[in-house]
Design a protein around this ligand. Structure first.
Ligand SMILES: *Cc1c(COP(=O)(O)O)cnc(C)c1O
Length: 409
C-alpha cells in the first residue's frame, strides 16, 4: 500500500514528462551540473515568491531574508537584490551577507551565544546586533568603546506569549533566545546609559507555521508587546522586526499559506503602529518561505532491487545531503517529502517503491512506500521543497561520501 500522496508539485513545469528547472529540462541540467547528487534552485521561483509577498503585504512592511535557510552565496546574492535586508545568525553568515555588497544597515544578526569575535565583526561592519542577554549588551558596549564605533543594537525579546497548537498560550516559557519581556525595560534603560546606537526591537515567535490564524494572532501580540516596550526605549524605534514563521506545505494535508488575510491583517494594524511608534520600519524576516519551494534535490538511481516483495530504489543521494527529507531533522513521525522521477514524471507504468540512499543505516530513507513512475538505474529522483534547510542542515561528513553540488539556475 502506498502512503497518502504528498502535495503535488505546484511550481515546476513539466514538459514531455520531464521536470523543467530554471527553463532547462532536468536530464540536460544534470549533464550541465556534471555530477549527481545536486541541489538546484530556480531564480524565477525566488523572484515569483518575493513578488507574491510584495503584492499581498502592505508597502510599509520591509522583507528580510534569514539566510540560515539557504546560505549558498549565489542564492544570498540573488536574494540581496530583491529583498530589503538580510538576517544572519553567525559570523560566517555575516561574511556571506557582506560579500553581496548590501547596505550593512539593513543586515541584522541574532543568535544566542555570539562570541566576542562575532560581536567585533558586526560592530566594525556597522550591522545591527539583536542582543540576546544583558551580558551580551555589556560585551557589546565594551567592544564598541575599544573599536571607537558605537554599536547598532536592537533587543531580541523572548515574548510573554507563544504559539502552541491552534492558539496562543499566554504566560511564555523559558528559552535560550532573547531577553525575557519582563526584563526588557531595564535593559532598554541600560542601553540609554551607554554609548550605543539604539535601533529597535526584534520579536520572533516561531517557525514553519501553516495556520493563518496563529500567524495573525502572533503578529497582533508581537505588535502589542512592542508598543508596551517602546515606552521604555531610550529613543524612537527605527526598526521593529516582528518575526516571520511562514510555513510551506511538505506533507499530505498541508495547504499553502493564504497570504491575502495576513496582508490585510497587517494593513489593519498599521494605523495603530503609526500612532504608537511613529514611522518605525516594520520588518518581516522569512527564511524557508522565500527559498524552500524554489529548490529541488536530485539523486540518481544506482540500483534497483526487491526484497521480500518490496521494491527498493537505491540512489547516490541521502540523509548526508538532505537530513530533513529523511525525516531526521525535527520530525516526530517520519513522512515523505514530495518526490518524483524527474525525467519521467508520470511515466507509462506506476509502482510503489521505497527510495533510499547509499548510507549503511536504516535512517537513510528519501521516500517510504511511495508511488512513482517505474524507475531504473540512471533515472533521476527529485525531492521537492528542498530549497531550505538542505545541504547546510545535513551531516555532510557522515560516511565520507562526496559533498553535494549546489546550483542556482
Ligand atoms: C531560523 C530563524 C528564522 C528563519 O526561519 P524560517 O522557518 O526559515 O522562516 C528567522 N528568524 C530567526 C530569529 C530564526 O532563528
Amino acid at each position: 500500500m502506498a502512503r497518502p500522496s504528498p502535495p503535488p508539485n505546484r511550481l515546476f513545469p513539466v514538459v514531455d514528462d520531464c521536470l523543467v528547472v530554471g527553463g532547462i529540462p532536468l536530464p540536460q541540467l544534470a549533464q550541465r551540473v556534471g555530477s549527481s547528487p545536486f541541489y538546484a534552485y530556480d531564480r524565477a521561483l525566488l523572484n515569483q515568491r518575493v513578488a507574491e509577498l510584495r503584492q499581498a503585504l502592505p508597502d510599509a512592511i520591509a522583507l528580510h531574508y534569514a539566510i540560515k535557510a539557504n546560505p549558498m552565496p549565489a542564492v544570498v546574492q540573488h536574494m540581496a537584490a530583491i529583498v530589503d535586508g538580510l538576517d544572519v545568525a553567525s559570523g560566517g553568515e555575516l561574511q556571506v551577507a557582506l560579500d553581496t555588497g548590501i547596505d550593512p544597515s539593513t543586515v541584522s544578526f541574532a543568535g544566542p551565544a555570539k562570541q566576542p569575535w562575532e560581536l567585533s565583526m558586526a560592530i566594525a561592519a556597522g550591522i545591527t546586533l539583536n542582543l540576546e542577554s544583558e551580558r551580551e549588551l555589556a560585551r557589546c558596549a565594551q567592544l564598541g568603546e575599544q573599536l571607537g564605533i558605537p554599536p547598532r543594537v536592537a533587543v531580541r525579546v523572548n515574548p510573554d506569549f507563544e504559539l502552541k497548537g491552534a492558539g496562543m498560550k499566554m504566560g511564555g516559557s523559558p528559552r535560550p533566545f532573547g531577553v525575557d519581556a519582563e526584563r526588557v525595560p531595564a535593559m532598554l534603560k541600560r542601553i540609554g546609559d551607554l554609548e550605543l546606537n539604539f535601533v529597535g526591537l526584534h520579536i520572533y515567535a516561531g517557525s514553519q507555521n501553516l495556520r493563518v490564524e496563529s500567524l495573525m494572532e502572533a503578529q497582533a501580540k508581537t505588535l502589542e508587546l512592542g508598543f508596551r516596550l517602546a515606552d521604555h526605549a531610550p529613543g524612537p524605534l527605527q526598526t521593529f522586526n516582528i518575526g516571520g514563521g511562514f510555513g510551506i506545505p511538505y506533507f499530505p494535508g498541508d495547504a499553502p499559506l493564504d497570504l491575502a488575510p495576513i496582508g490585510e491583517h497587517l494593513a489593519h494594524w498599521l494605523p495603530r503602529v503609526r500612532e504608537h511608534l511613529g514611522d518605525t520600519q516594520l520588518v518581516l524576516e522569512l527564511g524557508r518561505y522565500l527559498v524552500g519551494e524554489a529548490g529541488i534535490y536530485v539523486a540518481e538511481v544506482v540500483d534497483r532491487k526487491s526484497s521480500r516483495g518490496q521494491v527498493f530504489l537505491l540512489t547516490n543521494g541521502g540523509l548526508h545531503h538532505h537530513l530533513a527529507a529523511s525525516g531526521n531533522f525535527g520530525q516526530v513521525i517520519r513522512k515523505n517529502y514530495p518526490l518524483v522521477v524527474g525525467n519521467r514524471v508520470v511515466g507509462s507504468e506506476r509502482e510503489v517503491v521505497t527510495v533510499v540512499g547509499p548510507l549503511c543505516t536504516p535512517l537513510d530513507i528519501l521516500g517510504d512506500k511511495i508511488e512513482l513512475a517505474r524507475a531504473d538505474v540512471g533515472d533521476l529522483i527529485v525531492v521537492f521543497q528542498s530549497g531550505a534547510y538542505g545541504a547546510t542542515a545535513s551531516p555532510g561528513g557522515f560516511l565520507g561520501h562526496p559533498a553535494v553540488t549546489e546550483v542556482l539556475v
